[in-house]
Design a protein around this ligand. Structure first.
Ligand SMILES: [Cu+2]
Length: 463
């Protein structure tokens, strides 16, 4: 009797034609029957002007030229996209932070087969939540994401308050040499620490771009950290900036931005009240490290609109179920470094090292037969992840398919943020509560891609 491996299962369902959009999914995250016209998202290798040294070759993107487009969806409305693979390497699309049916989640072997060169895959789902999200491959990710395949998603809510302007920033680095060409994407000794940093920092694939916004107006500044490594400490200089949403969800209580640290995969939404004086410049800065860096600027134009951030209506909370803490089962989760640095075999972009582990198990890579799930969860039941970081580095831990609420931290005051990614600090213990309301196998991993690819990955099974 043939062993029913995950790969065989995927093959079988592909042969049966049951794969993809046609597969019927039970549960509330099922795609809407009214199919939207699919948006074509074709991967491509291009040249792009990223640094002063001239055009960079071997840049990877979606579309024909430049940065992957900002994909706009509407809360509660069907969305469809056809991924066509135009690059030499297998790929998929993961829609980070969007709660969708498991077979739309874009994780090779866990939720779908590879999309090989020249092949396509149809994604279709209805985003239940409004906010700022992003998309990227989940296969050979260090190379594909490192070379450009990271794009921002805006899910609009017709009930959103009215701003005078909106600016979307895709923040990421590039590992380029002095000649403007790609250099090695990582160094093993850095992968075993905080990760390998890029050499060129960009917002929307430009160094310190400037955008015009109405003087005295309110700007909705949507920021997504799509870099594979870098943690940012955000500050705004020259204007009053109010944090209105983090990781696609409105914050329980708005607060003025002083300094906020966020990691790869995370998103920040600010209401920036532009200065009244025409020509005044507002800077978004990263003040982490020894050299504070201006990421992008906003320039006030026109006569002042004299707006007041206090007049801004609140964002509607997303329909995320509240966990029942009385009945919740606790899942201990310990992030650690592995003792040994043995190479592991994998076929989907393993880096050939094992430096990290979740509950002492280093993920072997995206293999056809992954390790056992971290936990098997009952559909509809409440859970609390008790996560502890015993490493000397910070890790942005991302859960696919479900949103959690941050209950408490051992080291800091936390609001009950709803999120999909938590940046856990060294020696921190944190409690993340959620309802296992979405059936399937959902990845749980560090979003510093070198950590993810050298062991810091696992998954939970909801059934
Ligand atoms: Cu990490």
């Amino acid at each position: 009797m043939p062993i029913l491996t995950r790969r065989n299962l995927l093959k079988a369902s592909a042969v049966a034609g049951a794969y993809g959009v046609g597969l019927s999914i039970a549960g509330k995250f099922a795609g809407s029957a009214a199919a939207a016209e699919p948006r074509v998202m074709k991967t491509a290798k291009i040249e792009a002007n990223l640094a002063d040294g001239g055009a960079t070759r071997d840049v990877l993107t979606y579309g024909e030229a430049g940065m992957p487009p900002v994909v706009r969806m509407k809360k509660g409305e069907a969305f469809a996209a056809r991924l066509i693979n135009g690059i030499d390497d297998p790929t998929t699309i993961h829609w980070h932070g969007i709660r969708l049916p498991n077979n739309m989640d874009g994780v090779p072997f866990l939720t779908q087969p590879y999309v090989y060169t020249g092949d396509h895959f149809d994604y279709a789902f209805t985003p239940p939540d409004a906010g700022t999200f992003w998309y990227h491959p989940h296969c050979n990710t260090l190379e594909q994401m490192g070379h450009g395949m990271t794009g921002v998603i805006v899910v609009e809510d017709p009930k959103d308050p009215v701003f005078d302007s909106e600016v979307v920033l895709n923040l990421r680095d590039w590992r380029l040499g002095n000649d403007g060409q790609f250099i090695a994407q990582f160094r093993p000794r850095d992968a075993a620490k905080s990760g390998t940093y890029g050499t060129i920092r960009t917002a929307n694939w430009q160094q310190q771009p400037q955008y015009d916004a109405p003087s005295g107006g309110l700007v909705r500044l949507r920021v997504a950290i799509t870099d594979v490594t870098r943690i940012f400490s955000f500050r705004v200089d020259g204007a009053e900036a109010t944090v209105i949403a983090i990781d696609g969800n409105p914050v329980p209580q708005r607060f003025p931005l002083d300094v906020l640290q966020l990691g790869p995969g995370q998103r920040l939404e600010l209401a920036v009240r532009m200065p009244d004086a025409e020509g005044a410049v507002v800077k978004l800065e990263d003040i982490k490290g020894t050299n504070p860096k201006v990421l992008a600027t906003l320039r006030a134009v026109g006569a002042t609109l004299k707006r007041d951030v206090r007049d801004l209506a609140s964002l509607e909370a997303n329909p995320v179920q509240k966990a029942d803490l009385g009945s919740a089962t606790h899942i201990p989760l310990i992030l650690s470094a592995t003792a040994e640095n043995t190479a592991v075999n994998s076929i989907c972009g393993s880096l050939g090292y094992s430096f990290w582990a979740i509950n002492k198990v280093p993920w072997p890579g995206d293999t056809p037969d992954p390790t056992a799930p971290l936990a098997e969860l009952k559909l509809g039941k409440s859970y609390v992840i008790d996560m502890e970081n015993v490493t000397p580095h910070s890790h942005p831990i991302h859960l696919h398919g479900m949103s959690f609420t941050v209950l408490s931290s051992s080291t800091r005051e936390v609001q009950p943020f709803v999120s999909d990614t938590y940046l856990i600090q060294p020696d921190e213990k944190v409690q993340l509560a959620f309802v296992a309301d979405n059936p399937g196998d959902w990845l749980l991993h560090c979003h510093i891609i070198e950590h993810q690819k050298t062991g810091m990955t696992s998954y939970v099974r909801v059934a």
